[in-house]
Design a protein around this ligand. Sequence first.
Ligand code: FMN
Length: 173
Amino acid sequence: QKTVLIAYHSETGNTEMMARSVADGARSVDGIQVLLKQSADVTETDLKNADAIIVGSPVYNAAITPEISRFIASWPFEGSPLKDKIGAVFVTGGGISAGEELAQTGVLQSMLIFGMIVVGGPDWTQAFGASAITSEEPFAAGQPENIHPRFLEKGRKLGERVAQVTLRFSIAE
Ligand SMILES: Cc1cc2nc3c(=O)[nH]c(=O)nc-3n(C[C@H](O)[C@H](O)[C@H](O)COP(=O)(O)O)c2cc1C
């Protein structure tokens, strides 16, 4: 069994809801177990044992949140223990074109510093991973924790793809 760690920060529940969808997608692949945790609860052992790490963040000022930034800065670096792990990202942002892709690529760039192998979603409509718009029409859900199904599906597909890529790499080992 290969392990996909999904680590997220969420203040008002949107990113947590996406995280659950990403987890469902990863779990749908045989041979994969999922560890779904808030970033604050992730241990160094969780990171080292994971075969893939998917990070979820709200978009704050066109970037990841300070919590996720601190989380990534805490990852073990000496000896490159995260090298060759699969990495991916999902975000939720209030507005359309208000920083989602910038936040996504920020995480992917950081993962490359750790030697990780980054993957996006399964097609061009989610090239950088998964994202959800949470408060601009026509996607405004109106309520926290009520993300448009289109975005939840993208989350699910990201989880599924990361799981599949993780297994393909393990076969090649
Ligand atoms: C301090 C702060 C800054 C934000 N900046 C942005 C932004 O630059 N772009 C955007 O689309 N949404 C922005 N938002 C909205 C959040 O990204 C959005 O509500 C997100 O879904 C919250 O996720 P959560 O429910 O998991 O906490 C901001 C929210 C806060 C609190």
